[in-house]
Design a protein around this ligand. Structure first.
Ligand SMILES: [Zn+2]
Length: 74
């Protein structure tokens, strides 16, 4: 059986383990994550794994707070 890189990536994203989100990914997705959150949409779909990352990463959680305040202000 041969595993393609794509299947491997998908398994990592969808598999039983927690998806690993780096700070870089978090920053990339934070915009749309906060947007979805503020608009009452599915934030988890907008930024898969971000919630878990924000829970464990004070720096990104801080950025999240700042962004949310900005979006709420607009
Ligand atoms: Zn982070």
């Amino acid at each position: 059986m041969t595993a393609t890189p794509l299947a491997d990536t998908l398994r990592r994203l969808l598999g039983p383990g927690k998806p690993e989100v780096t700070c870089e990914t978090c920053f990339d997705l934070l915009d749309q994550y906060v947007d979805a959150e503020v608009l009452g949409q599915d934030a988890d779909a907008a930024g898969p794994g971000l919630r878990a990352h924000l829970d464990g990463c004070p720096a990104c959680a801080d950025e999240n707070d700042t962004l949310r305040a900005l979006v709420a202000f607009e």
